[in-house]
Design a binder for this molecule. Structure first.
Ligand SMILES: [Zn+2]
Ligand SMILES: [Zn+2]
Length: 168
């Protein structure tokens, strides 16, 4: 799980392992001495535990209003990243946004045609109570839409690992 290797024959128990790890990792990441960590040399991973992000959030309140934060798929740490930049390859030229027709627009997919990756972007101003991990699961239709358009997820949701060969 921590190496993002998801054996298909263990798919049924992976969400339970992931949920337990998230609780423990989040507990460790909340230690006061870990506040304000600098970014790692490797782009696009959590500065606290090195895991991939599950999604991005655009904050709607306080000093962080309008800023984008990536949300760690494992320890729930959030870290700032400029907007309109691919979280996976950090390029900016061919980033576009897709959403489900008729939806509130709170959930969009930030798609990068350079690396073929996408990650969801949640707009807190459209839904102040949104949760990046839970709302990622609640918006699977958006994954289907961008998957059909040829994009692949740039970060996992450890609580939902598809079985078969789609786990990578
Ligand atoms: Zn983390
Ligand atoms: Zn990219």
């Amino acid at each position: 799980m921590l190496r993002t290797e998801y054996p298909a024959d263990a798919a049924a128990c992976l969400p339970l392992v992931a949920a337990a790890l998230q609780v423990y990792w989040t507990h460790m990441a909340a230690a006061p001495e870990l506040a304000g960590l600098p970014k790692l040399d490797v782009g696009g991973v959590c500065p606290c535990c090195g895991s991939l992000p599950v999604a991005s959030v655009i904050r709607s309140a306080g000093d962080a209003e309008g800023l984008r934060y990536l949300h760690c798929s494992m320890c729930n740490t959030e870290w700032n990243m400029v907007r309109v930049q691919c979280p996976a390859c950090e390029r900016t030229e061919r980033v576009s946004y897709r959403h489900i027709d008729g939806s509130s627009g709170a959930a969009r997919a930030e798609c990068c045609e350079d690396c073929g990756g996408y990650l969801k972007l949640f707009h807190q101003d459209k839904d102040p109570l949104l949760d990046p991990v839970a709302d990622d699961l609640a918006t699977l239709a958006l994954d289907v839409l961008v998957d059909e358009a040829g994009f692949a997820r740039a970060g996992p949701n450890p609580l939902f690992i598809p079985g078969g060969d789609a786990g990578a």
